[in-house]
Design a protein around this ligand. Structure first.
Ligand SMILES: Cc1cc2nc3c(=O)[nH]c(=O)nc-3n(C[C@H](O)[C@H](O)[C@H](O)COP(=O)(O)OP(=O)(O)OC[C@H]3O[C@@H](n4cnc5c(N)ncnc54)[C@H](O)[C@@H]3O)c2cc1C
Ligand code: SF4
Length: 460
């Protein structure tokens, strides 16, 4: 690999490879947490609580930190959100809880996410167990997929006394929290500790089991009182351009996964990398490429800066990391030499009339082709929808909407025993960890109501 050139302001390269992949935001010390907690006004009808999709009692957990009851604070958080440690790290707080903090109008909003991390880490480091399996109610539930939606549903059901088994196709449980969130935002251990917490509540987690391959979906429906589907979405879709099969063209999710499960110095990367896409996954790919040591990382997006789907704070982070952006640019062919990537042929775009998404659609500019020299191309243009799984659900009458599983407000499908939640049902709006957690809670509540509460009423 050619010697890397170091731009003066790129601090990350002054650190060791391991240091570059430590959590970007350091944890609060006790003093910092107490000072920050004491800034909170403990609003009545706090808007931050409404803005949090899991409705954590934020003023109460912050007040408990201020009074030194950190264990009690962690309990308050986890009572509403079992994945509180992950959410503390990954939630887009600017547009959720902190975005609605009343102090934000004139001062800095309270650092709710970092305080949440302080409390949940306190409990996790001391192995404090808050919840246990409820009194057995004699009902069984299968959960497919162990991401935030599946684990949240499983944990809530365990509290209500259900016998729950989670089936996970990967080697490790945790879904994208384990494999997809960049390691400097969430280390793998944080996610695995949450999995352990759910197992300690009496949930069985079977990894390395693909439903539809190793075990029949039909059998799960027949052998359980309810099934919760939380399979997320698939890999990055094909770009459908020539040269996509060349060595050096990577799936963005695979690239991120390597940095979570492999030794960092064993990961190969290019010196001049093009990342296709401008969502949060693309930003993650671009920033890890820089932190690995890539000299030039360019994000290529066919619309303009105004339409880019990444959160603004993510965009700013990428700019600080020295990532370059090419807007209004569409890749048309990956060029190769000796079977390896040697460049990316692109075309300039203009913005035309708004399309179905409401955003102005990109229109190619005739004769505007040009080549971006590069030795690696990372595809990060979203994730494929669960078409294969939907086929399996057809005989059960489960419906779909825009390629996602269709559910009602209880997260129940058209089949009375089958529920679903998380990314696989999110046919519109942003997909996020905290929303997946809430989906799991909603389904667990509905399953409990249908199988325990209504059954008890019917007996009376
Ligand atoms: C790169 C990336 C970065 C992200 N960053 C953020 C962020 O910063 N903040 C944020 O809030 N959100 C972020 N998200 C979104 C967030 O990770 C998801 O919304 C969340 O993980 C969805 O949870 P889930 O449980 O629905 O699915 P997942 O987390 O995808 O979990 C689904 C699980 O189901 C398993 N599975 C699939 N099919 C089967 C089968 N047939 N049998 C058994 N198991 C199966 C999968 O292996 C997986 O473990 C990011 C997503 C990506 C891709
Ligand atoms: S779960 Fe997320 S949105 Fe809710 S309070 Fe915690 S950091 Fe904010």
């Amino acid at each position: 690999m050619a010697e890397h050139y170091k731009p003066q302001k790129y601090k990350a390269w002054e650190m060791t490879l391991e240091e570059r992949f430590q959590e970007v935001y350091p944890p609060f010390s006790e003093r910092e947490a107490t000072l920050e907690a004491n800034r909170c006004l403990y609003c009545h009808d706090a808007p931050c609580m409404v803005a949090c999709p899991t409705h954590i009692d934020i003023p109460t957990f912050i007040r408990k930190i201020a009074t030194g009851n950190v264990k009690g604070s962690a309990r308050t958080i986890l009572e509403s959100n079992l994945m509180g440690a992950t959410c503390a790290r990954v939630c887009p707080v600017d547009v959720l809880c902190e975005g609605d903090c009343v102090l934000g109008a004139d001062h800095k909003p309270i650092a709710i996410g970092r305080l949440q991390r302080y409390a949940t880490d306190y409990a996790s480091e001391r192995n404090i167990k808050f919840f246990q399996k409820g009194k057995p109610n004699g009902k069984k539930v299968a959960v497919i997929g162990s991401g935030p939606a599946g684990l949240s549903c499983a944990g809530e059901l365990a509290k209500a006394g259900f016998e729950v088994t989670v089936y996970e196709k990967k080697e490790m449980a945790g879904g994208l929290s384990t494999y997809g969130i960049v390691v400097f935002r969430e280390p793998v251990e944080v996610s695995l500790k949450e999995v352990k917490m759910i197992e300690d509540m009496g949930v069985t987690v079977k990894t390395g089991v693909t439903v539809g391959k190793d075990i029949k979906f039909e059998d799960l429906v027949n052998e359980n009182d309810a099934v919760f589907i939380s399979i997320g979405l698939g890999q990055v879709p094909e770009m459908e351009i020539a040269g996509e099969d060349l060595s050096g063209v990577l799936d963005g999710l695979d690239f991120i996964e390597k940095t979570k499960v492999q030794a960092l110095d064993s990961i190969s990367y290019g010196n001049r990398i093009c990342v296709i896409g401008a969502g949060n996954t693309a930003i993650d790919c671009a920033t890890i490429a820089r932190r690995l040591g890539a000299e030039r990382v360019t994000m290529i997006y066919r619309r303009s800066e105004a339409e880019m789907p990444a959160y603004h704070f993510e965009y700013e982070f990428a700019l600080k990391e020295g990532v370059s952006f090419m807007f209004l640019t569409q890749p048309v062919e990956v060029l190769g030499k000796d079977g390896k990537v040697d460049g990316l042929k692109c075309m300039r775009m203009d913005l035309g009339a708004p399309d179905a998404s409401g955003r102005r659609s990109p229109v190619p500019v005739e004769g505007s082709e040009f080549v971006v020299p590069c030795d690696m191309v990372v595809k990060a243009i979203g994730q494929v929808k669960p078409a294969h799984f939907l086929k399996m659900l057809e005989p059960f009458g489960v419906e779909s909407v825009k390629g996602y599983i269709k559910v009602d407000s209880d997260n129940r499908t058209a089949h009375r025993k089958i529920y679903a939640g998380g990314d696989c049902v999110r046919s519109h709006g942003e997909a996020s960890t905290v929303m997946a957690v809430q989906d799991g809670k909603i389904a667990a509540k509905a399953i409990t109501r249908a199988l325990v509460d209504e059954a008890a009423l019917a007996k009376k």
